[in-house]
Ligand binder design. Structure first.
Ligand code: NAD
Length: 354
C-alpha cells in the first residue's frame, strides 16, 4: 500500500481512483494529476497490461504528460488519464464502457475522458450514456469529430515556426521534408506541404498509405533507412515513438525535427541535449501535436470549428516563445517547453492566492 502512495506522491498526482466492477468485468484506473488550471482532461486507453503495476505506471506517466500539454497550450484544463485493463478486441462490451462512464461521473467533473489507444469514438457514445464528462464525440452526434485534421494543421504551423527560427525561412516552397508515416495525421500534413510547394519524401510500412500520398501529393517514396540519413530541411515523425535516439541522431541530416508522433525521444533528457549539440532544432512533440487536444477541448464549450482552427494556428506563437526561451537560456527546446508549462501553473497558483 505504501508503495502506491510513494508512486502517486513522486510526481505530485492529486488523486488516483481504482475502479472495480465484477458484474461488467471492469478494472480501470483513473489518474488525476493536476487540476490547478481546470478539470483534468485526458483519454481513456484500453490495453491488456501484463500487471496492475504496469497499468498504474502508464496512467501516472500519461496523466502527468496531459498536465504539461494543456498548460503549454494555454487551455484552462488540467491533466488526467484513464486506463482500462483488458484486451479491446475481446474484453470490451457496452456494460463495461457504461460502467467506466459511471465511475467518471462519480468524480463530478474533476476528470473528463476522451478516446485513446484501444478505444473508438463509438465507445465514447456508450460512456456518454452514463456521464456528461466525456469529449471527442463524432460530428454527427454534435461533437468535434476526427482530431487528426487539426493535429496536422498544428504540425504544419509548428514546422513553419521552427523553420523561421532556425533558418529564417517563411515558406516551405522548395524545401525537402521527410515524413515517416502517412496515417491520419501524415496524410493531412502532406496536403498542407504539397499546397505550399514542398518536396516531400517519405516512408510507411503500409504500401497502400504510401501509394495514396504518392498519387495525391507527389510524395517520393524512400526506404526507412534513407529517410533517416538523407539531406532534409525537416524530418517529420508521424508514426510511432522512440524514433529519435543516439543512433538515429548520428545519421540524421536535417535542420528541424517536427512531427506528430508521441514520445519521439527515446530518452528525453539525453536525446534533447544531443539534438541541441548537433544544432538540430527539436520541436517538442507534445506542443506541436496539441491540435487534437485543442479540438476536443473546444467541444466542451459547444464545438466551433473556426475557433478550434484559430486556437491551433496559435501553436506557431506558442512554439516561437519556447524557441526564444530556449535560446536565451541556452537550454534544450524540450526543457524550455517543460519550464514554461510549469511556470503557467505556478503563476496561476500565486495569483489565485493573493
Ligand atoms: P495512424 O495509425 O493513423 O498512422 C500511423 C501511420 O504510421 C500508419 O500509416 C502506419 O502504417 C505508419 N507506420 C507505423 N509504423 C511505421 C514505421 N515503422 N515506419 C513508417 N511508418 C509506420 O496514426 P495517426 O493518428 O496518424 O497518429 C500518428 C502519430 O501521431 C501517433 O504517434 C499518434 O499517437 C500521434 N498523435 C496523433 C494525433 C491525432 O489527432 N491523430 C494527435 C496527437 C498525436
Amino acid at each position: 500500500m505504501a508503495k502506491i502512495f510513494e508512486k502517486i506522491s513522486d510526481k505530485n498526482h492529486e488523486q488516483v481512483v481504482y475502479c472495480n466492477d465484477p458484474s461488467s468485468g471492469l478494472k480501470a484506473i483513473i489518474a488525476v494529476h493536476n487540476t490547478v488550471l481546470g478539470p483534468a482532461l485526458g483519454g481513456c486507453r484500453m490495453y491488456p497490461y501484463k500487471s496492475e503495476e504496469d497499468a498504474l505506471v502508464d496512467v501516472l506517466r500519461l496523466s502527468r504528460g496531459m498536465t504539461y500539454k494543456a498548460s503549454i497550450s494555454n487551455l484552462n484544463l488540467g491533466g488526467g488519464k484513464a486506463v482500462i485493463i483488458g484486451d479491446p478486441n475481446s474484453d470490451k462490451s457496452e456494460v463495461l464502457l457504461r460502467s467506466f462512464g459511471k465511475f467518471v461521473q462519480s468524480l463530478g467533473g474533476k476528470y473528463i475522458t476522451a478516446e485513446d489507444v484501444g478505444m473508438t469514438v463509438h465507445d465514447m457514445e456508450f460512456i456518454r450514456m452514463e456521464t456528461d464528462h466525456v469529449t471527442g464525440i463524432q460530428r454527427a452526434m454534435g461533437g468535434s469529430g476526427d482530431p487528426s485534421i487539426l493535429t496536422a494543421l498544428g504540425v504544419f504551423v509548428g514546422m513553419k515556426a521552427a523553420l523561421k527560427k532556425r533558418l529564417n525561412i517563411q515558406s516551405l516552397n522548395g524545401l525537402k521534408i521527410g515524413v515517416q508515416g502517412f496515417g491520419k495525421v501524415g496524410y493531412y500534413l502532406c496536403s498542407h506541404l504539397n499546397n505550399e510547394g514542398a518536396e516531400i519524401y517519405g516512408h510507411d510500412i503500409n504500401d497502400e498509405s504510401l501509394e495514396r500520398v504518392k498519387n495525391e501529393f507527389g510524395v517520393n517514396p524512400v526506404s526507412a533507412d534513407d529517410l533517416m540519413s538523407m539531406d532534409l530541411d525537416v524530418f517529420s515523425p508521424c508514426a510511432m515513438g522512440a524514433v529519435i535516439n543516439p543512433t538515429t541522431i548520428e545519421s540524421l541530416k536535417c535542420s528541424v525535427i517536427a512531427g506528430a508522433a508521441n514520445n519521439q525521444l527515446e530518452k528525453e533528457d539525453r536525446d534533447s541535449k544531443l539534438l541541441q549539440e548537433k544544432e538540430i532544432m527539436y520541436v517538442p512533440d507534445y506542443v506541436i501535436n496539441a491540435g487534437g487536444l485543442m479540438n476536443v477541448a473546444n467541444e466542451l464549450q459547444g464545438y466551433n470549428k473556426e475557433k478550434a482552427k484559430y486556437q491551433v494556428e496559435g501553436i506557431y506563437y506558442i512554439l516561437t516563445r519556447i524557441f526564444d526561451y530556449a535560446a536565451n537560456n541556452n537550454i534544450s527546446t524540450l526543457e524550455a517547453a517543460n519550464l514554461l508549462a510549469e511556470r503557467r501553473i505556478q503563476d496561476y497558483i500565486k495569483w489565485n492566492h493573493q
